[in-house]
Design a binder for this molecule. Sequence first.
Ligand SMILES: *Cc1c(COP(=O)(O)O)cnc(C)c1O
Length: 384
Amino acid sequence: MADFVPYGTQWIDDDDIAAVVDVLRHGNLTQGPKIAEFENALAKYVGARYCLAFSNATGALHCAVNALGIPAGKNGVTSPNTFVASANCLPYNNLIPRFADIDPRTFNVTAESLQLAMDANTAVFIPVHFAGQACDMDGIGALARERGIPIIEDAAHAIGSTYPNGHKVGCCEHSAMTVFSFHPVKTMTTGEGGAITTNDPVLYQELQLLRSHGITKDSQLLSANPGPWYYEQQELGFNYRITDMQAALGLSQLSKIEKFKARRKEIIATYNQAFQGLAGIVTPFEAPGLDSCFHLYVLQIDFTKMGKSRAQAMKTLADVGVGSQVLYIPVYTQPWYRKTFGYARGLCPYAESYYEQALSIPLYPKMTNEDVQRVIAAVRGLFQ
Ligand SMILES: *Cc1c(COP(=O)(O)O)cnc(C)c1O
């Protein structure tokens, strides 16, 4: 049988490997020059003033919320249709997570749903650009400005995507900060890794402290300067630094992002056409004006009509070498969220019905045309 086609994976070439090996042979393994090079390249690519790379997006989200200095006991509103890290950053900072329902076509939160989910104690919005499609940031930005609430965009899926005005996700025109992930299943990778972009010099300085123990050696920031050994811990920070090896990989991967995007779009167009007219299946919707670099290809499937349970369908696909995944279980239905915050089923009906019908099939730029045809045949086979 041909190789197993997973739902997502990285694309590493010889030049990526050479970039990492070069650091291993000649460089500083951590805190070398590749980190700033990567940060500058990423800031330039998305059109933001500042960028800081992190050890992963989870740590980046932790610091992004922390940097806003929100008093304990307030709350933040995010999407239920996301990886748990988008919400966990709130309780990390002693804030209560709230959840806004998703739009039934884009599967993203909206200004309307955020408004319904917020209350007088809401101190941050964390919209998630699900599958790589940007949320309606014009609408969400307008609501946030009116209520004086900062926004952190979770763009873990959305590097390479644009808003309707053509500006890139990460430019922060409506947000305080945008967070990216470079985990291997995401659109580009550094192994583990993440980044925050911002246009705010104060947040940038604060994030630098938080990323590395709250420690600074910057003579401009020190309260005294008795000698070259001297540093100060000025805040309670963390160790979320990325390594120079990872930054070298990130630089190399970033230079290929448009190629990755073009191939993802080709595969999506082929899938969309192949699944047209299959009763019981809904292919992904992209809102007008967007140019999305989709990270996931999510089908909505009526499993009753198909006559198989989702678990059976996934097994049938796996038996012919086709991986699939279910993204996402509504976060508030996780045992820890139910136990800690008393959430129960029924909170976000659209997120719950989306979840019941969701199946992500393989989407990654290294897929061959044969892989794509094999996935198509396997999915169509489910309906026979
Ligand atoms: C992957 C992911 C994260 C966390 O990223 P890590 O780099 O693995 O910590 C956060 N939010 C979303 C939406 C993700 O998909």
